[in-house]
Design a protein around this ligand. Structure first.
Ligand SMILES: *Cc1c(COP(=O)(O)O)cnc(C)c1O
Length: 405
């Protein structure tokens, strides 16, 4: 076996910071012990800060993002309820599929893969149909590298006087891209542990507004494992209705400490900067993004269109086998046509340069005619300028900054 790390650039699971890995390594403990709430109660409070909610509450389910999707729907809606959704990538597609399988009456707006939530279409549907009970938005479509404007969805709902619940999939945005639950009046916000929170998979995390809690009191959809009632009755005292993944909760403590130490706004800026370098690198290679316009560009994942005669799956395979680098594959509709660089979580500029360097080699080996090194060089130039600029604006003691020449 070759030595050195295997480089992980899938958009989840993401790299574990060393402090998180250490925190995960705990002896098992009694989750009904008197001092267990000392661990759990602050986690609920601190997660509210991550979601930017004061009035909402957070649920931690053993599970994954998909489980939190189901918890959101099954606690607040009824079979046959009409809901408004849109589909523009594999994850938004899967949420539509779940909603249909749970018996909702789904109005699904299909959108070109590469664009995001169609706010004007949403507004039209809301105007036409006041019976809509839920409006769904995938904040960051991980399959295509597209971020949508949740605030604009809320504005469209307000403009039409809709009192529907606003459901947002923030699995690959929350804790990496700015998310404002209270300001946007999001009612149900979903994430998972293995993306921006830099943990292994295993937690489905759901933030819920007071309005959604109120709706859950009269909703009749069948639910048991995910029932808010059982969660609330134990969570308030710092316990769970069933065995929580204790190690993950310790990992979550470490992850939140890291995020707060950096500062959430700094975390968002870092992701924006890292993404900017990757996008400039892609452009310098003469390649296009799957996202069709800058308004949709994602700061956590870049989906790159491969040239016509090149197989995106081969880029991923060569990247993995030859260069020990995991990229995200193109999924379903864009299988073979794109590959993805995930740049969320525990990453920095040099991590992204490594991703570009590896991608360039894999692309060239897969038959793409690209100028080797050009992507890396463009990203280097961008990062140097961006970091010098940043350092000039907020000089940190002890930080050595080289002038850009
Ligand atoms: C990863 C992801 C999911 C699925 O989450 P799991 O934790 O794999 O269940 C859902 N939506 C988006 C946008 C994702 O990126």
């Amino acid at each position: 076996m070759p030595h050195g790390a295997t480089h992980l650039y899938v958009p989840g699971p993401t790299n574990l910071p060393e402090a998180v890995r250490r925190a995960l390594n705990v002896a098992m403990q009694d989750h009904r012990a008197p001092d267990f709430p000392r661990l759990t109660l602050p986690l609920f409070e601190d997660l509210k800060e991550v979601f930017k909610t004061r009035s909402g509450r957070v649920f931690l389910y053993p599970g994954s993002g998909t489980g939190a999707w189901e918890a959101a729907i099954s606690n607040t809606l009824n079979r046959g309820d009409r809901v408004l959704m849109s589909r523009f990538g594999q994850f938004s597609h899967l949420w539509v599929d779940m909603a249909e399988r749970l018996g909702l009456d789904v109005i699904c707006v299909d959108v070109e893969w590469g664009k995001g939530v169609p706010v004007e279409d949403y507004e039209r549907h809301l105007a036409d149909d006041p019976s809509i009970k839920g409006v769904f938005a995938t904040h960051n479509e991980t399959a295509t590298g597209v971020t949508s404007d949740v605030a604009a969805v809320r504005r469209a709902m307000d403009a039409q006087g809709s009192d529907a619940l606003l459901f947002v999939d923030g699995v690959s945005s929350i804790a990496s891209i700015d998310f404002r639950m209270d300001e946007w009046r999001v009612d149900l916000a979903v994430t998972g542990s293995q993306k921006g929170l830099m943990l292994p998979a295993g937690l489905g995390i759901l933030a819920v507004s007071e309005k959604a809690l109120e709706a859950s009191r009269s909703s009749t959809m069948e639910r048991c494992y995910f029932d808010f009632v059982d969660m609330i009755s134990t969570n308030d005292a710092g316990y769970f209705p069933y065995t929580p993944p204790v190690a993950l909760l310790h990992g979550l403590r470490a992850s939140l400490d890291l995020l707060f130490e950096e500062g959430m706004e700094q975390v968002f800026r870092r992701h924006h900067r890292l993404a900017g370098g990757v996008r400039r690198g892609v452009s310098a290679l003469g390649l296009e993004l799957c996202a069709v316009a800058p308004e949709w560009y994602s700061d956590t994942v870049t989906a790159i269109r491969v040239p016509e005669h090149v197989d995106g799956a081969a880029v991923c395979r060569i990247g993995y086998q030859r260069y020990r680098t995991s990229f995200g594959a193109g999924l379903t509709k864009v299988a073979g046509k794109v590959f993805r660089i995930g740049h969320l979580g525990d990453l920095n500029e040099v991590s992204c340069l490594a991703a570009l360097a590896s991608a360039e080699m894999a692309l060239a080996d897969a038959g793409a005619d690209i100028p080797l090194g050009a992507g890396v060089a463009a990203a280097q130039a961008y990062y140097r300028a961006a970091l010098t600029d940043e350092a000039a604006r907020s000089p940190e003691p002890g930080l050595v900054t080289a002038p850009v020449r």
